[in-house]
Design a protein around this ligand. Structure first.
Ligand SMILES: [Zn+2]
Length: 201
């Protein structure tokens, strides 16, 4: 009897220790949808494609090269890995927002009427390379040399993560008007970009 109890306790603790909190390895339970959702080069553009591993995450593609869904999904993995390393995600708020993000890729930059630079200085009528459109939609220019590591994807994901955590996306970044964004976030973005660069993405 005692042996049985000990064994079941061991099993129980094994089960509980399998959940070490946020993991970058997300499940791929919707495999069929992921497989069926792919870019059709002969179809009309822009096209919406579901991102594998992130439940309801999707991207709007202006062409099939921007970007293959596995590249965007890998960028999400890198983002989440680094976010958890720096800030943790005990309530899964960031994981949750990643699972419903829609990325609108664009080959053309936009002009923004107003916004803030990284150090929090306001600007008017400036060319921008990314923008938060809603709590789960981000618009992202395709990036220099057509690389995700040289786009604002990770930067915009930080805005969404902050919004999910704090209720504000902190539009003035390291500036003091809105709270949330710190130098650590800027550093985290650099690390993500270096990691993506290592994958040649
Ligand atoms: Zn920003």
């Amino acid at each position: 009897m005692l042996k049985k109890i000990v064994i079941s306790l061991c099993l129980l603790s094994c089960v509980t220790c399998s959940g070490h909190g946020p993991s970058v390895f997300l499940k791929n339970e919707n495999k069929r949808i992921y497989k069926n959702s792919s870019c059709d080069p002969n179809g009309e553009f822009p096209q919406m494609v579901i991102l594998p591993f992130f439940e309801n995450a999707s991207q709007i593609m202006p062409n099939c090269d921007t970007y293959p869904k596995h590249k965007t999904a890998l960028a999400f993995f890198v983002f989440y890995h680094k976010w958890v390393e720096h800030f943790g995600d005990s309530d899964y708020a960031v994981k949750g927002v990643l699972q419903r993000v829609m990325v609108q890729w664009d080959p053309i930059k936009k002009i923004s009427k107003r916004g803030y630079s990284l150090d929090g200085k306001p600007f008017i009528n400036r060319t921008i390379v990314g923008r938060v459109e809603s709590e789960n939609i981000i618009w992202v220019w395709q990036g220099y040399e057509h690389k995700i590591s040289r786009s604002a994807l990770i930067h915009e994901l930080v805005h969404l993560a902050l919004r999910a955590k704090n209720g504000t996306a902190d539009p003035d970044h390291e500036g003091g008007k809105y709270k949330g964004w710190t130098f650590s976030h800027t550093l985290m973005i650099q690390e993500c970009k270096q990691m993506l660069e290592a994958f040649n993405i």
